[in-house]
Design a protein around this ligand. Structure first.
Ligand code: SF4
Length: 333
């Protein structure tokens, strides 16, 4: 992200996604609180990382903010348009500006469609590039942009390696000239040797096309490499949000510190301490009251029975913890 381009592309305020638990005959209705009161914004041209353990609500949040899943509550502005006020038809028209690259390039490409058909499909659905020959020209251009070429157009997905398939997925996502791409663990199904190539491709495309990424990952080294800012999620809530530098060099939330300490090759924190978290993540159907992390937090105190407030600890660095100041002061230099 450049300092001169701070326009907000996506503004998410107090979004919740609760799924009702079916077949619960007793007492009040129960819900899985997959996403709970999450607010953040995404600047045009930046990459915001969304990090947390599996099941913490990252993917549900990403789909909810695009209204691929209906939010239970909250407000979402995309490109100065109130997404919550859009009809299904209006939303469909807006989808060309927001695309998703999924984790598994093996299952996200139709095995009986050629590369040409796969990349043309979003143009056909949105009614784009209708002049004769325009779609074919666009397919060729996109293949070149992702490091493939026109000789690949009439082949099928099974003829490609995992890295090449993910390039095809990226070409398909770019077909409609989107402004925002949600990258949902885009390299975690790939061999380590090709991960860096795909990450570099995503960075090159961002520079070339001015793309904005919401980058979901549980791999902190990938997030440290590619993201401008990072948001940490725990049990459906955002617990810390800050610049790459702030999160990896000066984490404040006990959960962020524990995550970093378990990945010793990233940031500075893991080189000093190893924090072992006791117990499993509680169920989002029955989360702890107060701070959701308090059943596993080594620093939990009486005050943690109350829900913390979202505090800006330093400019642009937000934290959801009662005790971060005293814990920060107590940390070794
Ligand atoms: Fe730990 Fe309390 Fe902070 Fe929650 S509010 S992270 S329990 S110290």
């Amino acid at each position: 992200m450049t300092q001169s381009d701070p326009r907000v592309l996506l503004d998410v305020e107090d979004v919740c996604k609760w799924f009702p638990i079916k077949g619960w005959p007793f007492g009040p209705k129960r819900y899985v609180q997959a996403v709970n009161h999450v607010s953040f914004h995404l600047y045009e041209g930046e990459t915001l990382g969304l990090v947390g353990e599996s099941g913490c609500g990252k993917t549900t949040l990403a789909r909810t903010v695009l209204r691929l899943i209906e939010p239970t509550q909250g407000s979402i502005q995309f490109d100065d348009v109130d997404l919550m006020a859009q009809s299904k038809r209006q939303l469909r028209a807006m989808r060309k500006d927001m695309q998703i690259v999924f984790q598994d390039p093996y299952s996200s490409l139709h095995p009986r469609m050629t590369v040409r058909q796969i990349i043309e499909e979003p143009m056909r659905i949105r009614g784009l590039y209708t002049e004769p020959g325009a779609r074919e020209a666009r397919v060729k251009e996109l293949l070149q942009m992702v490091g493939l070429n026109e000789t690949h157009m009439d082949r099928y997905p099974h003829e490609f390696s995992g890295g090449q398939r993910q390039r095809i997925v990226i070409a398909r996502a770019l077909a409609t000239q989107p402004k925002l791409i949600i990258c949902d663990e885009p390299v975690s199904a790939l061999d380590v040797s090709v991960r860096a190539q795909i990450l570099n491709l995503l960075q090159d495309l961002q520079q070339q096309l001015g793309l904005t990424y919401l980058f979901i990952s549980h791999d902190l080294s990938v997030v440290e490499h590619i993201c401008d800012r990072v948001a940490i999620m725990y049990l459906g809530q955002m617990v810390e949000l800050g610049s790459n530098e702030a999160i990896f060099r000066h984490p404040l939330h006990p959960y962020t510190k524990a995550l970093l300490s378990a990945a010793p090759r990233v940031g500075q924190f893991g080189r000093r301490d190893r924090i072992i978290l006791e117990g499993d993540i509680p169920s989002p159907a029955d989360p702890p009251s107060g701070c959701r992390f308090r059943t596993r937090c080594p620093y939990a105190a009486e005050c943690c029975a109350q829900e913390p407030k979202w505090v800006e600890a330093e400019p642009g660095h937000f934290i959801f913890c009662h005790r971060f100041q005293e814990l920060d002061m107590a940390a070794p230099a």
